[in-house]
Design a protein around this ligand. Structure first.
Ligand SMILES: Cc1cc2nc3c(=O)[nH]c(=O)nc-3n(C[C@H](O)[C@H](O)[C@H](O)COP(=O)(O)O)c2cc1C
Length: 315
C-alpha cells in the first residue's frame, strides 16, 4: 500500500486548497493511503517519516519557499537528515501572478528535498495544450478552474503512481500504461490512448516473451532500410515513421532503431535497426500491431523501399 503525505504551508488558503486537490489525485491511484497536513501540524515530522511519497506545497514568497516551510525543513534536518533517502517527492506552489516565480519556488523546494535524498521529479504530461506541471504544479492564487485543479490532481496522482511502481512493485501502475496521454496526441484521454501491448511487455516483459526470445539466442540482427519519399508525401510520412520509431524502441528485443535523412539527397531516408536476435525482428517487431498498421501506409503515400540489407553480428 503506497503511503503519500501532502504537506503544505499557506497564508491565505491558496496553497492549502491546491493541497486538497493534490491529495485527491493521489487517492485516485488504487491502494494508496493519503494524509494531508499543514506544515504546522504537530504530527508533520512523524508523517514525513511515514510517507513513501511526499508532495510539498509552498506559497511562492519572494520567488522562493515560504519561511515557515523552510524553517520546518531546517528543524527537521537536525534529527532526521539521514532518514529519508530514496523516498519520492513532488512539489507545488501557489503564486501571486504568472511570472511571479512559481517555478523558482518549486525548484527551491525540490533542492531542499534533494538535500535529504528525496527522488524528486515533475510531471511531463500536459493537462491540456497550455497547462503542465513539468517542474511541479503551480497555479495563480486559488485553483479556480478545471485546468488549475487538473494540474494539482495530476501532481498527486503521478507521485502516487511512482510510489506504486517503485515502492510497491506494481508495474501496472506505470503512468505510460494508465494515465499519461499518448505521446502522439496529448489531447486524448487515457481511455482513448489504449497502451500498446508491446509497451506493457517492455515495462514488464512477460516470462513467455523473454523465454521465447532467449530460446533462439542468435547473433544480433541488423537491418538497414533505404526509403525514397516523394516531396509531397513527406508531411504525412514523418509523423508515421516517428510513431513507428517510438513504439519499436519500446520493444523488449529492440536494441536501436534510428531514422535519418541522406546528407545530399533530401528524398532519401535510412532506417537503422538492431535487435537482440532474428526472432525479435521477425516474430515481434514485424508482427506488431503498429508495424502492420503503419508500414502499408508508406506504400500508399508513394514511398518506395529501395534497399533492405539484413545482416548478423559477426562476433
Ligand atoms: C511574503 C510574501 C511574498 C510573496 N512573494 C511573491 C512573489 O515573489 N511572487 C508572486 O507572484 N507572489 C508573491 N506573493 C503572493 C503569494 O505567492 C500568493 O498570494 C499566493 O497565492 C499565496 O498563497 P497562500 O495563500 O497559500 O499563502 C507573496 C506573498 C507574501 C505574503
Amino acid at each position: 500500500m503506497g503511503k503519500i503525505l501532502v504537506l503544505y504551508d499557506t497564508l491565505t488558503a491558496c496553497t492549502g486548497q491546491m493541497a486538497e486537490y493534490v491529495a485527491e489525485g493521489a487517492k485516485s491511484v488504487p491502494g494508496t493511503s493519503v494524509r494531508l497536513l499543514s506544515v504546522e501540524d504537530p504530527d508533520a515530522v512523524e508523517a514525513v517519516l511515514w510517507a513513501d511519497g511526499l508532495a510539498v506545497g509552498t506559497p511562492t514568497n519572494l520567488g522562493g519557499v515560504s519561511w515557515k516551510m523552510k524553517k520546518f525543513w531546517d528543524d527537521f534536518a537536525a534529527e532526521n537528515w539521514d532518514r529519508c533517502d530514496g523516498k519520492f517527492g513532488m512539489v507545488f506552489s501557489s503564486v501571486g501572478s504568472a511570472g511571479g516565480g512559481a517555478e523558482l519556488a518549486c525548484m527551491s523546494m525540490q533542492i531542499v528535498l534533494q538535500n535529504f535524498g528525496w527522488l524528486t521529479t515533475g510531471v511531463t504530461d500536459y493537462v491540456d495544450r497550455l497547462h503542465s506541471a513539468h517542474y511541479g504544479g503551480w497555479v495563480v492564487k486559488k485553483p479556480r478552474n478545471d485546468y488549475d485543479r487538473a494540474v494539482c490532481r495530476r501532481t498527486g496522482m503521478r507521485l502516487a503512481e511512482w510510489v506504486a511502481v517503485f515502492v510497491d512493485g506494481d508495474s501496472s501502475m506505470h503512468p505510460l500504461l494508465r494515465s499519461k496521454p499518448s505521446a502522439f496526441d496529448s489531447r486524448k484521454t487515457p481511455a482513448e490512448n489504449k497502451p500498446d501491448p508491446m509497451l506493457a511487455e517492455k515495462l514488464s516483459p512477460s516470462a513467455d516473451t523473454e523465454k521465447q526470445l532467449m530460446k533462439t539466442p542468435g547473433p544480433r540482427c541488423f537491418l538497414h532500410v533505404t526509403i525514397q519519399v516523394p516531396e509531397e508525401a513527406e508531411e504525412k510520412f514523418l509523423p508515421l515513421i516517428k510513431e513507428l520509431t517510438v513504439w519499436t524502441l519500446r520493444e523488449v528485443g529492440c536494441i536501436t532503431y534510428s531514422f535519418a535523412r541522406d546528407a545530399e539527397n533530401p528524398r532519401l531516408f535510412y532506417v537503422h535497426e538492431q535487435y537482440i536476435n532474428d526472432t525479435a525482428l521477425t516474430e515481434h517487431h514485424m508482427k506488431s500491431e503498429y508495424f502492420n498498421r503503419i508500414v502499408p501506409q508508406f506504400e500508399a503515400l508513394g514511398c518506395k523501399t529501395e534497399n533492405v540489407v539484413k545482416s548478423f553480428a559477426a562476433y
